[in-house]
Design a protein around this ligand. Structure first.
Ligand SMILES: [Zn+2]
Length: 171
C-alpha cells in the first residue's frame, strides 16, 4: 500500500526513531514493500519510516528511481561509520515539497546497517548515494536537511510553509 508522506511540521519528523529489534517477520517484509511502493509513488530516491509516520529506524533508497533492481537498498538501524571529502549539491525532501537548497555533505560515506533478515552489512557510497545515506540517517535521528542550511534561508522556507499552511495548501 502507498502511505501518504508526512510533511514538515509534524513532530514525528523531528523525533529520533526507535531501533528495529525483530527481523525477518512478515510484518517487516510487507512494511518494506509498502515503503518502496510509497517512495516510488512519491518519485523519491529515498524514504525514511518517520516520513510515513512510523518512528522506526528503517529507510529505503533507490537512486535509479525503480529502473535498476540492483539499486534497491534496505537500511535498518543504519549508522555512518566512515566519511571523507565534501560535496555541495541541491537537495530536496519529500516531506518539504517545492523547496530545494544546496547542502554540503561528505562525498564518500560508509554505513553499517542490517537487512530485512537481520544480517549486518557495510556499504560505501559516493556522490548521490552518499548524500542519500546522510539524508536518510538524519531523518532517523529526527533531523531534516534544512538544519544544514543557513538560519536565514531556513527561516525563509519556514515562513513560506506557514503561509501555505494558513491557506490549507500544506497538509
Ligand atoms: Zn527527506
Amino acid at each position: 500500500m502507498v502511505y501518504p508522506i508526512v510533511k514538515y511540521g509534524d513532530p514525528v519528523l523531528e523525533t529520533p526513531a526507535e531501533p528495529v529489534t525483530e527481523f525477518n517477520t512478515p510484518e517487516l517484509n510487507s512494511f518494506l514493500d509498502d515503503m518502496f511502493e510509497s517512495m516510488y509513488a512519491a518519485k523519491g530516491v529515498g524514504l525514511a519510516a518517520p516520513q510515513i509516520g512510523i518512528g522506526r529506524r528503517i529507510s529505503v533508497i533507490d537512486t535509479s528511481n525503480g529502473q535498476d533492481p540492483a539499486k534497491r537498498l534496505v537500511l535498518i538501524n543504519p549508522e555512518i561509520v566512515g566519511q571523507e571529502g565534501s560535496q555541495v549539491e541541491e537537495e530536496g525532501c519529500l516531506s518539504i515539497p517545492g523547496f530545494r537548497e544546496p547542502v554540503k555533505r561528505a562525498k564518500r560515506v560508509t554505513i553499517r546497517a542490517y537487512n530485512a533478515k537481520g544480517e549486518q552489512f557495510e556499504l560505501t557510497g559516493e556522490d548521490l548515494l552518499a548524500r542519500a545515506f546522510q539524508h536518510e540517517i538524519d531523518h532517523l535521528n529526527g533531523r531534516l536537511y534544512i538544519s544544514h542550511i543557513s538560519a536565514l534561508k531556513r527561516d525563509l522556507i519556514r515562513r513560506k510553509i506557514r503561509k501555505l499552511a494558513k491557506s490549507g495548501e500544506w497538509a
